[in-house]
Design a protein around this ligand. Structure first.
Ligand code: TEU
Length: 611
């Protein structure tokens, strides 16, 4: 049927050998919590799709298989070899720090952080060892999604400050030898953006074709897609007799990237910021920009599995590579700017295709598969298992290829704190925070610290829904009430809410007391020491990675080059384990004190060094 020739007569093994087939099968198994190795078992690998389709005909519709074959067969390219030469780049050596401006530092005590607050903390960041800052959106916005709904790409939100403040911030960052990357939110704009306003009001406006409008003829939604923030993905405009698409909140309207004028305007906007001197962008849900032609209905099985109906039609869309190349060529490359894509749902082979350096699409991506234990979702009260994290890291360290470069992170503004997912009672918060920091600073891949990680912050004991402000959580709570008692619904929200990462940092005098956030100095000094270690040793950045022990609760690995070698010995559990002993010629450089040489205490980690 096409280049890859996967048909219903193909076996699972044949599908798994194609890049997209690999990632789709891996994704389905991940969501179901089934280990990927079943696909390496000859009995299951030999099953033909047609047989599987018969066996699963109650859950997998014909339409599912059509979409499946289309996705698998459409990708004609294959990732480059894993062993191409590796090139150096500043962003591979850098330690990044994400600032969520609303909750970082409030200089005028109005209850929200601001640009002058960030300026006041630049010496702190420099002293911590940070090389580059990623700033979440600071643009003008009605704040339906805390700034991920942009009203004007060229204006600073007054609550955050002025363009003069911004210029001073950028200068201050550069003066300290650091870099600044901004957040680029161009899958959608606010419904209050001038483009959308004109489009809605004036049928003859050229902006009509900037968004996905559908006429309301039948009185029915144009398709069954659901929003990432609950409910249908369509707004109904009764007066205009129109529907318009929003994959996120009802005030975040999806831009139509098929329209070359949209791409041209976005590219001009990117250049405007690059011209100002910013060093690059983190690109919000950038893998969602190309939607399947005709916006076909989503498959219910996929919708259930992934939480959003329709996602298979836009998470790896038909023109994704083309658009990424265009932005890169027309904006980023002219300024030597850096790009990192936020790409929910992309698997490792898709990632190799969008970040392979020879392909000139993105420099790096954030993959999210390690943020939940397989088979679990964020809005679920469960204990995160670091064994699955180890396996995920090991895959990215060994299967991503020399032409690609991983990111290593645990938190961002969209997630509860990782230490609390692992240890909800907070018994081991400090050891855990340090364990995670050691792993982050010693793996191959660029570390992204989320504000507060370095303070050892944990989840917030929200008292009731009144403390919760995030649009995703507020909508989800309403949705849950349909079939849950309020107390149970609140418990689910508490497990997953993004608000855990969004309360004012404890160094603000006006941080809410009930949030109980405290700076743990031991964690901060560990971060400082570890960042400096990474900066001093090339082996920790560009060196080889070799896993020495990945048995249950153990993660022992070596980072080395021709000059030096490190062994990192981690206890991934809350029980003591026997320490790694094959260490001849190595000296212990961390921790500075231990209870027993042959035993690792709960979550203890050691760094050994040999020249
Ligand atoms: O997030 C997109 C997104 O899909 C995440 O919420 C994702 O579900 C989560 O990270 C998985 O753990 C981006 C922004 O980071 C988020 O703050 C915005 O709300 C969203 O896009 C819309 O702009």
């Amino acid at each position: 049927m096409s280049q890859r020739g996967i048909t219903m007569n193909s076996t699972l093994k044949e599908v798994y050998e194609t890049p997209i087939g690999h990632d789709i099968l891996a994704r389905i198994l991940l969501q179901l919590g089934i280990p990927e190795k079943v696909l390496r078992n000859p009995a299951s690998a030999g099953i033909k799709l047609s047989v599987l389709a018969k066996l699963a005909k109650k859950v997998l519709s014909e339409q599912f298989w059509q979409t499946f074959l289309r996705l698998v067969n459409r990708e004609q390219d294959a990732p480059a070899s894993l062993y191409t030469p590796m090139h150096e780049a500043w962003w591979k050596e850098a330690v990044f720090y994400q600032i969520y401006p609303r909750s970082f530092c409030d200089s005028d005590q109005d209850g929200t952080g601001d640009l002058r607050g960030i300026i006041a903390k630049l010496d702190y960041l420099k002293d911590l060892g940070v090389d580059a800052v990623w700033l979440s959106p600071i643009y003008d916005s009605p704040l339906d999604d805390n700034g991920y709904d942009i009203r004007d790409y060229h204006k600073i939100l007054p609550q955050f400050g002025t363009m003069e403040d911004f210029d001073e911030l950028l200068e201050g960052i550069h003066a300290r030898g650091m870099k600044l990357i901004m957040d680029l939110v161009v899958n959608h704009t606010s419904d209050e953006h001038e483009w959308f306003q004109q489009a809605l009001k004036d049928p003859s406006s050229k902006y009509r074709n900037y968004y996905f409008f559908e006429n309301d003829e039948e009185g029915e939604y144009p398709n069954n897609w659901t929003s990432n923030f609950s409910g249908p993905a369509w707004n109904h405009y009764e007066d205009e007799k129109l529907y318009a698409l929003h994959l996120f909140s009802t005030k975040q309207m999806d831009l139509n990237w098929e329209n070359p004028d949209v791409r041209e305007d976005v590219i001009a906007m990117i250049r405007w910021w690059l011209e100002k001197g910013v060093d690059g962008f983190r690109m919000d849900v950038i893998n969602y920009i190309s939607k399947e032609e005709g916006l076909p209905d989503g498959d219910p099985f996929v919708g259930n599995l992934m939480g959003y109906t329709g996602i298979e039609h836009y998470y790896y869309g038909p023109h994704l590579h083309e658009y990424l190349k265009e932005i890169r060529e027309k904006a980023f490359d002219a300024y030597g700017a850096f790009s990192i894509g936020e790409t929910p749902g992309l698997g490792i082979q898709m990632a190799r295709l969008v970040t392979g350096e020879e392909r000139k699409e993105l420099d790096m991506i954030f993959s999210f598969d390690h943020l939940e234990t397989p088979g679990h979702v964020r809005f679920e009260d469960y204990r995160y298992d670091l064994n699955a994290f180890r396996d995920n890291m090991d895959t990215w360290m060994t299967q991503y290829g020399n032409n690609c470069w991983p990111t290593v992170f645990y938190n961002n503004h969209d997630n509860p704190r990782m230490v609390s997912k692992i240890d909800p009672e907070g018994k081991y918060s400090e050891s855990l925070a340090i364990l995670l920091a050691v792993i982050q600073m010693t793996l191959r891949g660029t570390p992204f610290i989320y504000q507060g990680d370095e303070m050892g912050l944990v989840n917030v004991p929200f008292r009731s829904m009144e403390d919760i402000t995030d649009v995703e959580s507020v909508n989800k709570y309403e949705e849950l009430l349909a079939d849950h008692e309020p107390a149970e619904a609140f418990r689910i929200i508490l497990a997953g809410t993004r608000d855990h990462a969004r309360v004012l940092l404890p160094w603000n005098d006006n941080a809410p007391e009930w949030a109980g956030q405290n700076v743990n100095e031991a964690v901060t000094s560990a971060y400082k020491e570890l960042i400096s270690l990474r900066h001093q040793h090339r082996a920790l950045v560009y060196g080889h990675y070799e896993v020495l022990d990945r048995s249950r609760n153990r993660y022992v690995y070596r980072r080395y080059d021709d000059h030096e070698s490190f062994i990192i010995d981690c206890n991934l559990s809350d029980q003591p384990v026997r320490a790694y002993t094959d260490l001849s010629g190595y000296t212990l450089i961390r921790p500075h004190r231990y209870t027993e040489l042959n035993v690792l205490q709960p979550y203890e980690v050691r760094i050994w060094y040999k020249k």
